[in-house]
Design a binder for this molecule. Structure first.
Ligand SMILES: [Zn+2]
Length: 443
């Protein structure tokens, strides 16, 4: 099975490079336009240009614990689309990924980085046709200019202001994650001019949460990101302020909180942060569906658990984006995106699934709410031959093919016209995100 699948990808990719439709499931006229449309990447862990001798550590608050296996399609040693990516980006001349040949890849990548200097991230995006991008990073850095790179900081740490020793003892993944969150939290406290958390919940909201969101907005953020599914369930139940304030005061001095009480406080804080984000004009991005790690709770990451949050009338000024399409639970998204303040992106699916699989998901969503679907790559530095450049390139290419395939099916079935199909493609690739984040639409 593996070799059949790989061969079809090679054929598909080489035909696409010749600018004809990648396969007979794609209308050539649609493909010619969709292949060239500018894209707005809703979710990416792009790297900055690190000063000589330094490494970029700002691209993820919770990197995967070491030793996590990649899927077949995301694996550069199997997926032949990676060869096309390396060829397109660096002129890689080989048809395999042998250790000897990969030396050429690393040499050519280093040469491109040297040649482009601070412009390197922008140059890479130009090769993929990505015009605008949301950079999900702890901090922004060199080469990520504000006109093109929009900041999406992490705010999970604000949910966990108390003693987290019990939470981190749940499993080795959590033991790896919580100290990382606490480091970010200390940074936020410091920025707020505090050396410890305030004595009351009201003060915590007023002196830490609100100023942190305002500062993020001032520094170019268009959204905030929660990867809470790595740390707890996404079921944030309604919680009264009175109850939350009592729990906060009970444990603020540092004693280990009762898990159920702490969870109620987190529930209250999540809704408070979401409300304040909406007030500040920041969308709320939420990691949903599957996640990495040996102990990831798939059910706890189900996007459907967020229904009560989406339906909370006090949060109707906040726009939410379901990241990664809830994969593998993509069916439920059809219903969730009918809510006025809920969007979905398909970041990760376009690098973790084949274009054909993604096209099935996209068609279901397009039949529901095409204006609520956002393109995203989740480009990520996963290793020297699986870095953000090639994952971004493969995801973008795969997304365009999948979109063209889904829209071709809708046109051929007599559901929509070809002009409407192109309008939907422009929306999903760029204009839906531009509208959500207040940027001008693509021409
Ligand atoms: Zn991500």
């Amino acid at each position: 099975m593996r070799s059949i699948f790989a061969c079809s990808l090679l054929l598909s990719a080489s035909l696409a490079l010749a600018q004809s439709a990648p396969n007979t499931n794609i209308d050539p006229a649609l493909w010619r336009k969709i292949a060239k449309m500018p894209a707005f990447d809703n979710h990416a862990h792009i790297q900055d240009v690190a000063p000589p001798g330094e490494e970029d550590h700002g691209f993820d608050a919770l990197p995967c614990p070491p030793g996590v296996a990649s899927t077949l399609v995301a694996d550069s040693h199997i997926n032949l689309m990676y060869l096309d990516a390396w060829h397109a980006l660096y002129g890689y001349p080989f048809h395999d990924a042998s250790p000897e040949h990969l030396k050429t890849l690393f040499r050519e990548r280093a040469a491109a980085q040297k040649r482009e200097g601070d412009r390197y991230p922008s140059w890479v995006l130009n090769q993929m046709g990505i015009a605008q991008i949301n950079a999900n990073r702890i901090t922004m850095g060199l080469g990520l200019t504000a006109s093109r790179f929009h900041w999406v900081p992490y705010d999970d740490s604000l949910l966990f202001p108390l003693n987290n020793r019990v939470l981190e003892s749940v499993n080795p993944d959590r033991a790896y994650f919580f100290p990382r969150e606490e480091r970010i939290f200390r940074g936020y406290l410091q920025q707020a001019g505090l050396s410890q958390i305030p004595a009351t919940l009201a003060d915590y909201v007023a002196r830490v949460i609100v100023p942190t969101l305002e500062s993020q907005k001032q520094h170019g953020a268009v959204a905030i990101k929660f990867e809470a599914a790595y740390l707890r369930s996404l079921q944030f139940r309604p919680a009264s302020e009175e109850d939350a304030a009592r729990i906060y005061a009970k444990y603020v001095a540092g004693t280990v909180p009762d898990s159920r009480e702490y969870r109620r406080l987190q529930d209250f804080l999540f809704r408070t942060i979401a409300r304040e984000a909406g007030r500040a004009g920041l969308a709320v991005h939420i990691h949903t569906g599957n996640g990495c790690g040996a102990y990831y709770d798939l059910q706890g990451g189900h996007a459907e658990l967020l229904t009560a949050v989406f339906d909370d009338p006090t949060l109707n000024k906040t726009n939410f984006v379901i990241l990664h399409g809830g994969e593998p639970f993509t069916e439920e998204i059809v219903a969730l995106i009918t809510k006025p303040n809920v969007y979905v992106d398909f970041s990760t699916i376009d690098v973790g699934s084949s274009p054909r699989e993604l096209s099935r998901v996209l068609r279901r969503w397009i039949e529901s709410m095409p204006d609520k679907i956002l393109f995203g790559t989740d480009m990520y530095p996963g290793g020297p031959d699986d870095s953000w450049e090639e994952t971004g390139w493969v995801a973008t290419r795969s997304a365009r093919e999948a979109l063209a395939m889904a829209l071709t099916g809708l046109v051929r079935d007599g559901i929509i016209t070809r002009p409407r199909a192109l309008e939907i493609a422009r929306g999903i690739l760029y204009n839906n995100a531009a509208r959500l984040y207040g940027l001008a639409p693509a021409k």
